[in-house]
Design a protein around this ligand. Sequence first.
Ligand code: NAP
Length: 332
Amino acid sequence: MEFRHLGRSGLMVSEISYGNWITHGSQVEEDAATACVRAALETGITTFDTADVYANTKAEEVLGRALRGERREGLEIFTKVYWPTGPGRNDRGLSRKHIMESINGSLRRLQTDYVDLYQAHRYDHSTPLEETMEAFADVVHSGKAHYIGVSEWTASEIRQAHRLARELRVPLVSNQPQYSILWRVIETEVIPTSEELGLGQIVWSPMAQGALSGKYLPGQPPPAGSRATDEKSGASFIAKFLTDDVLTRVQQLKPLAEQAGLTMPQLAIAWVLQNPNVSSAIIGASRPEQVHDNVKAAGVQLDAGLLKAIDDIFDPIVERDAAKTQSPPQRP
Ligand SMILES: NC(=O)c1ccc[n+]([C@@H]2O[C@H](COP(=O)([O-])OP(=O)(O)OC[C@H]3O[C@@H](n4cnc5c(N)ncnc54)[C@H](OP(=O)(O)O)[C@@H]3O)[C@@H](O)[C@H]2O)c1
């Protein structure tokens, strides 16, 4: 495993981190979830990402149980707040009330006294940013989180939050956006702003949820047990990537990956890590073998010819529109 600084902070994170959206507490049984966490630890992953909302709070519980007994100082545990965790109108968003209640719930479920990074899972247009940032500052100053971050915030939202964070003396160190060969919307605005202000990206769905793994074939039904067959939740999220056009182009990556001595999942993950503003790529996995395969993307350098060949294949279909970074106009 290789390690990078999280933005300009002193915190080191594993280049590849493990996240449990869709899988823990939902798609996979607890044994498989625990086996994936064990595989992550065995292969040198120290950074784990979850959220209060995943599997209606069950994902944090599963991760807390799977990490029990590990040396806490050897781990970086990240969670998030914003999406609904209960039926009430205050069980969501970034009000002071919900942030204070949600961090306590997350710590209880994760069985830890603090998280290393507490992230705003989206921008809350119904709460003054000052209120949100003051609540985050209090979470940090009370020792319940070491650093704060945001997720899917625009460049201008990041800039405003950064100004307040400095005033409140609280370390805003990261953004968590979607980023992959197919989804490059952060490149024109979010990344330059983050570089200027010292935030690093912790990128999600680097493999486009499995679409870049090569296992989904154009015109064929998805393989049994894959996310695309998980009607409870996964299938609806991955659907946008499973068009014949995307999947035909993905198959063109196969010879390029082979030539580079990589599997297709490794190529997809290594691709996001070529960007120096990316601090970590968060991988998901439904089976431990996937973790063992994917972590080999750490430390891989892709040459300019290969990057150009990838651009040539995907250029007509890559999503680059900065306006695709957005939070719901109203609280969900
Ligand atoms: N901040 C946000 O709004 C946000 C949103 C989404 C995700 N995230 C974070 O990002 C993490 C990762 O997201 P993701 O799960 O979509 O990431 P991903 O790495 O793009 O996709 C992971 C999925 O791809 C399949 N896969 C993984 N390795 C494979 C391999 N070697 N061969 C074939 N298939 C493989 C598995 O699904 P199957 O085996 O089931 O097909 C796995 O669950 C989440 O857990 C969460 O922590 C954050």
